[in-house]
Design a protein around this ligand. Structure first.
Ligand code: PMP
Length: 408
C-alpha cells in the first residue's frame, strides 16, 4: 500500500491551509472521501435516482438494486451470516439507540444490570443510562487499568448472571486501545447477557468478523470509513432482531395498516421507517469496495506503523503527555502539551496547516478519569504518511516556543 499514491484519490487533501499544505489528522472524527465514492454517488443521482421498494418503473428498480446491493456489501464486509442482519441507520449513535430503546428496554427489569466501561463515547453511554433509568436496571462499569486498558479478570468480576446487556467499544476514540471484545463477548454469554460492540473506531481500520467475535449487535458509521455522513449500520443476530420492536414507525416499514393496528415488514425493513438513506448506502458500498481493494490488513498494518512512529516522536517532546498504551493501539494518538489548553494547541497547529481535534471527544467521564478537562488528538488513516507525523511534531515544537516553553 502506497499512502502517497492513495492521497491523490482524495481531492480535498490537495490544498493549502494558512499558507501550508494541509495535513489532515482528524479522521477519527470523520474521514475524507475518495473519488470512487464521490463518483458512485454522483452517478446514482445522475442516472438512477428514484425511491426504493415502491415504484415498478425502471429507475425505481435500479435504485432498489443499488440500495440492497450496498446492504449485501456490508454483510460480506462484516461477515454477517445473513444479509437481513444489516440495518441501515444514520450512524453509530442511531444504531446504539435502536438497541437500547428496543432490545434493552424489553429485557431489562429492576435488579438487572447493564455493563459498560468508562471509555465509552457518549453515544455508547447515554442510551444505556436512559435504558437503565426507564427499566430500573443498574448501570455498572468495568474498571480501567492506569493506561486505559481492560483486564479480563475485571470483566469477569463485573459481569454477573444479573447482567442483561454489555456494551463496549472495540477501539477507544481517546485511548486508542483495542479492547478484547471477543473475550468479553464470551464472558457476557457465559452469564446469559448479550453484547453490543461499538465499532465506530474499529470498522474503518481493521478486519471485522462479527461471527468470529460472536457479538450480538455491532454498530458503525460510514463517514469514518470513506463513505458520506448520514449512513451507518446496525448488525444484529437474526434471532434477536426478529424479537425486537421497531422504534420508528411510518412508511416503508409496514406490512398491513389498519385504522387501529398495524403489522411490520420482515427484517431488515421493519427497522428502516421512511425513505431510506439511498445515496448514502450506495456511497458506503463504494467505500467498502475501495477499502477492500486496498485490503483491511494492509490498512491496519500501515496505521499501526504510523501510530508507533507518532507515539515515539511525540513522546520525545519534553513536556508532552501521551495517553493510552504503547502497544495494542490503533491509529490515533491523544496528548496534552504541558499546561497549554488543547484548544490553543489545535489553533497553533491549524496556523501551520495541521488539523487535529481538541476537546473532550464526547467522553466526559473518561476526561474526569484522566483528570483533564480536555486533550488534543491526532488520528491517522490510509492517506497519512510519516511526513504528516513529522509536520505534526515540528508544529508542536513551534507551539511550545510560541507559548514560551523553549524547545524540548
Ligand atoms: N463511538 C465512538 C467510539 C466514536 O468515536 C464515535 C464518533 N466520534 C461514535 C461512537 C459516534 O459516531 P456517530 O457520531 O457517527 O454516530
Amino acid at each position: 500500500m502506497n499512502a502517497s499514491e492513495l492521497r491523490k484519490l482524495f481531492p480535498i487533501l490537495d490544498q493549502e491551509i494558512n499558507g501550508h499544505p494541509l495535513v489532515y489528522l482528524d479522521s477519527a472524527a470523520t474521514s475524507q472521501k475518495p473519488i470512487p465514492v464521490l463518483e458512485a454517488m454522483k452517478a446514482y443521482y445522475e442516472h438512477d435516482n428514484a425511491n426504493v421498494h415502491r415504484g415498478v418503473h425502471t429507475l425505481g428498480s435500479r435504485a432498489t438494486d443499488a440500495y440492497e446491493g450496498a446492504r449485501e456489501k456490508v454483510a460480506a464486509f462484516l461477515n454477517a451470516r445473513h444479509t437481513e442482519e444489516i440495518i441501515f441507520t444514520r450512524g453509530t449513535t442511531t444504531a446504539i439507540n435502536l438497541v437500547a430503546a428496543s432490545y434493552a428496554r424489553s429485557v431489562c427489569r429492576e435488579g438487572d444490570e447493564i455493563v459498560i466501561t468508562p471509555l465509552e463515547h457518549h453515544s455508547n453511554l447515554i442510551p444505556w443510562q436512559q435504558a437503565a433509568k426507564a427499566t430500573g436496571a443498574t448501570l455498572k462499569y468495568i474498571p480501567l487499568q492506569p493506561d486505559g486498558t481492560i483486564r479480563l479478570e475485571d470483566v469477569e468480576a463485573t459481569i454477573t448472571p444479573n447482567t442483561k446487556m454489555v456494551a463496549v467499544t472495540y477501539v477507544s476514540n481517546v485511548m486508542a486501545a483495542i479492547n478484547p471484545v471477543k473475550e468479553i463477548a464470551a464472558i457476557a454469554h457465559k452469564n446469559g447477557a448479550k453484547i453490543l460492540v461499538d465499532g465506530a473506531q474499529s470498522t474503518p481500520h481493521m478486519k471485522v468478523d462479527v461471527q468470529e467475535l460472536d457479538c450480538d449487535f455491532y454498530a458503525f458509521s460510514g463517514h469514518k470509513m470513506c463513505a458520506p455522513t448520514g449512513i451507518g449500520c446496525l448488525y444484529g443476530k437474526k434471532e434477536l432482531l426478529e424479537r425486537m420492536e421497531p422504534v420508528e414507525f411510518g412508511g416503508e416499514m409496514i406490512d398491513h395498516v389498519g385504522l387501529y393496528d398495524s403489522t411490520w415488514k420482515e427484517l431488515p425493513w421493519r427497522f428502516e421507517g421512511g425513505t431510506p438513506i439511498i445515496a448514502g448506502a450506495i456511497g458506503l458500498g463504494a467505500a467498502i469496495d475501495f477499502l477492500k481493494d486496498i485490503g483491511m490488513d494492509e490498512i491496519e498494518r500501515h496505521e499501526h506503523a504510523l501510530a508507533g512512529y507518532a507515539y515515539d516522536r511525540l513522546s520525545a517532546i519534553d513536556g508532552l503527555a501521551v495517553y493510552g498504551p504503547r502497544e495494542g493501539r490503533s491509529g490515533l494518538i491523544t496528548f496534552n502539551l504541558g499546561d497549554i489548553h488543547p484548544h490553543d494547541v489545535a489553533t497553533v497547529l491549524d496556523a501551520e496547516g495541521v488539523a487535529v481535534r481538541a476537546g473532550h471527544h464526547c467522553c466526559q467521564p473518561l476526561m474526569r478519569w484522566l483528570e483533564v478537562t480536555a486533550t488534543a488528538r491526532a488520528s491517522f488513516y490510509l492517506y497519512n504518511t510519516e511526513e504528516d507525523v513529522d509536520r505534526l511534531t515540528a508544529a508542536l515544537v513551534k507551539t511550545k516556543e510560541y507559548f514560551g516553553y523553549g524547545i524540548g
